[in-house]
Design a protein around this ligand. Structure first.
Ligand code: A2H
Length: 255
């Protein structure tokens, strides 16, 4: 835990289909979003999927302007005190969900141009007490995301266990977003290979991979895609964040 409040950008990922229990939200089509908490909104160009905790408790909550947000209860409560619910300080839950109900749900995210739809997939290291419990997966720049996706690609049994279809995983490849002098344009993939990381359970090596990539990505990275291609990540990040807020595709969130 840090000393002050942590600011996240919540990315509004539109729910495109309403399978299973989600069918109760189908009448709100177009206004239902899963909100992913990120510190790196400039990496949204490289998103290949979203993560939730399979056994985690989530809910669909009434937001502003008739929108509905699928998030953890803890974040719903915080958002209600940050002017993002119909009544200040009060959550309005429409539906209880678990991570299992969300497996394989197709989403459309802002800035993700490469894929028409990306899918909700399981990651066992997602914490329900941080952010919204929904995470955007960017395997080019996050070692956790890279190993999570490559485990699902490699292990048919793992996909089966969570009812994930091959087409939700196999077609999705690393999408480069930025380049770092030392590691090139898909730093997480490169560093996971350098350290010979075997799986998402390789905790110690993953910690090291994260230390190697995160700071350099931010301090030395240069954007290679999008409106701010050619600019330093440090400079592009606040601009991309502001663009996402202005277009209504993101929300500022503190906890
Ligand atoms: B970041 P901090 Cl490309 N459980 O977004 C586990 N991880 C979570 C989470 C949760 N409930 N909520 C958010 N996160 C992840 C992108 C990214 C992130 C990149 C590179 C670094 C990075 C794509 N994933 O974070 O513990 C999210 O991953 C570096 C730390 O609050 C979020 O930003 O410091 C980050 O962890 C927030 O971590």
């Amino acid at each position: 835990e840090g000393v002050g409040p942590q600011e996240y950008t919540l990315i509004k990922m539109r729910v495109l289909e309403f399978p299973g229990k989600l069918s109760e939200l189908a009448q709100h089509e177009g206004k239902v979003f899963m909100l992913a908490a990120t510190l790196r909104p400039e990496t949204m160009y490289g998103q290949t999927n979203a993560w939730v905790l399979p056994d985690g408790a989530y809910g669909a909550y009434q937001g502003l302007n008739g929108e509905i947000y699928v998030i953890s209860e803890h974040s719903a409560r915080n958002l209600a005190y940050q002017d993002q619910s119909p009544e200040f300080g009060k959550t309005a839950k429409i539906l209880d969900l678990t991570g299992h109900d969300l497996m394989g749900v197709p989403l459309k995210s802002p800035l993700g141009e490469k894929y028409d739809a990306i899918y909700v997939l399981p990651l066992l290291t997602v914490s329900l007490s941080k952010g919204t419990g929904v995470v955007t997966s960017v395997p080019s720049d996050s070692p956790d995301d890279y190993m999570g996706l490559s485990d699902l690609k490699k292990k048919a049994k793992l996909r089966e266990k969570f009812g994930i279809k091959d087409e939700h995983v196999l077609p999705f490849e690393v999408v480069p977003v930025l380049t770092i002098p030392e590691f090139g344009d898909a730093a997480a993939e490169k560093v996971c290979a350098m350290l010979k990381i075997q799986s998402q359970n390789d905790k110690t090596k993953l910690e090291e991979a994260k230390k190697m990539t995160y700071l350099k990505g931010f301090t030395e990275g240069v954007m290679t895609v999008g409106k701010y291609a050619g600019q330093k990540v440090q400079d592009a990040k606040p601009l991309i964040k502001q663009d996402l807020l202005s277009s209504g595709d993101a929300i500022v969130y503190f906890e």
